[in-house]
Design a protein around this ligand. Structure first.
Ligand code: PLP
Length: 413
């Protein structure tokens, strides 16, 4: 099947998670339950590393966007493979530290930061702080003058290149407005980038990098816009170097993902890596490292959510498979983003049964609480275990206790 990988295997008509059938895993651990695969995460990391390193002259830093899935064992495992960290809150920074990441491998990229947030990260020696706004820099200046005067705090600028890309307006994180018209709150606009660096240096900070993150969930069709943003980033870096700053790294953010749906053609990673390498090589920039910040790519297809069908319901001609979990408590993406369609398989009978159109309904008090809406699949029976695929990223990490339901446990195999 198109979704098979190191983790997900089809044996006959049964879904296997590694060496054990998904139904066995659900029997042992109960359901709902998240199941993650070390082997798949490791393979994703290696592929990414090879793809970029093949083209780049500079060392690659893969900074895991831990917001995707901050499970401690996953953090530790990636740390062991050589990953860096993209952290977006002081709490993420602290969790990364507990999981073994040295501060020198953490880039802190916050937004709407309070003085208290900044103070928490300023206390950590060696961390790099991303500047999201000139106004944030003023808070940093005050704080440094108060209690951190002697510290050489490394900073980068998160700039907004004026174009962004993502699978849903809510996750387009650059540009003036998102595709639904929402003003984009992130980053320093082009005309203010040099000012940000000059002020940062004059306030006693140590500018070391330039960062952008365009959005999340790119597919093949996004390449053109994304590559234009790469060009813009490199030319901004040249202007910065001409302005007298030496940049240690360029950070191109995350955004590329695995295949969520059968019809998707995935983002051309090799072409992207080669484009970045070519642009940097042709620019004469003296940077020491290239950074990328993948979240989804590393963990999405390394996770499934197993659910049990409690009963089938028919109402006004609609068929519902009513399951024992709610989207908001486990995998909120389909409820939040209409385009977030996760493929769902019946673990014991992947192709068996009469195909029908049905809606996978969760157990929460909200009409939008559906894992999938009017999809064609073999009709499940009461007690069947369903697997929601690509549930390793932005599932558990976005889950809430809406209706006071529990958040499913997680197992790593
Ligand atoms: C600053 C930053 N970097 C990286 C990422 C990771 O994005 P993705 O999971 O699409 O790779 C995000 C996600 O929103 C982000 O905000």
């Amino acid at each position: 099947m198109w979704w098979e990988n190191t983790f997900l295997r089809l044996k006959g008509r049964t879904l296997y998670l590694g060496r054990v059938s998904a139904e066995q895993v659900a029997k042992r651990n109960g359901s709902p339950v998240f199941v993650y695969s070390r082997a798949q995460i490791s393979s994703n990391y290696q592929i990414l590393h090879r793809t970029f390193s093949k083209h780049l002259r500079q060392p690659l830093r893969i900074a895991y966007a831990m917001k995707a899935n901050p499970h401690r064992e996953i953090l530790k495992m990636l740390q062991g493979q050589g990953a860096w960290i993209d952290a977006v809150s002081p709490q993420e920074v602290e969790e990364a530290r507990r999981s073994g990441y040295p501060a020198s491998r953490i880039l802190f990229t916050g937004t709407s930061l309070s003085g208290a947030d900044l103070e928490r990260v300023f206390r950590i020696d060696g961390l790099t702080v991303n500047i999201d706004a000139l106004e944030q820099l003023e808070v940093m200046r005050e704080l440094r003058a108060k209690g951190f005067r002697e510290k050489k705090i490394r900073v980068a600028v998160r700039w907004n290149p004026g174009i962004g890309r993502g699978f849903n307006p809510k996750v387009i994180t650059a540009g003036v407005r998102s595709s639904d018209g929402t003003p984009v709150k992130f980053g320093v606009e082009e005309s203010k980038v040099l000012t940000a660096l000059e002020r940062a240096a004059s306030y006693g900070f140590l500018p070391v990098g330039l960062h952008q993150h365009l959005g999340s969930g790119w597919v093949n069709e996004d390449f053109e816009v994304v590559s234009t943003a790469v060009d813009k980033m490199v030319s901004m870096a040249r202007r910065i170097e001409k302005g007298g700053f030496r940049l240690e790294f360029l950070d191109f953010g995350g955004g590329f993902g695995p295949r969520y749906q059968r019809h998707q053609s995935i983002f051309p990673l090799d072409k992207y890596a080669s484009h970045i390498a070519r642009q940097i090589a042709g620019s004469g920039l003296g940077i020491e490292a290239v950074v990328i910040e993948p979240g989804k790519y590393l963990v999405a297809d390394a996770g499934v959510l197993l659910l049990r069908v409690e009963y089938l319901k028919e109402s006004y001609g609609q068929l519902f498979a009513c399951v024992n979990a709610g989207t908001f408590n486990s995998l909120p993406r389909p409820a939040i983003y209409p385009q977030a369609q996760h493929h769902i398989v019946n673990c014991g009978r992947v192709f068996d049964g009469r195909m029908k159109t049905l809606t996978i309904a969760g157990n929460l008090c909200e009409t939008g609480d559906v894992f999938a809406r009017e999809i064609r699949m073999p009709v499940p029976q009461r007690g069947d275990v369903l697997a929601i695929l690509c549930a390793g990223a932005y599932g558990r990490s976005m889950a809430s206790r809406f209706n006071l339901r529990d958040i499913p446990p997680e197992v790593l195999i």
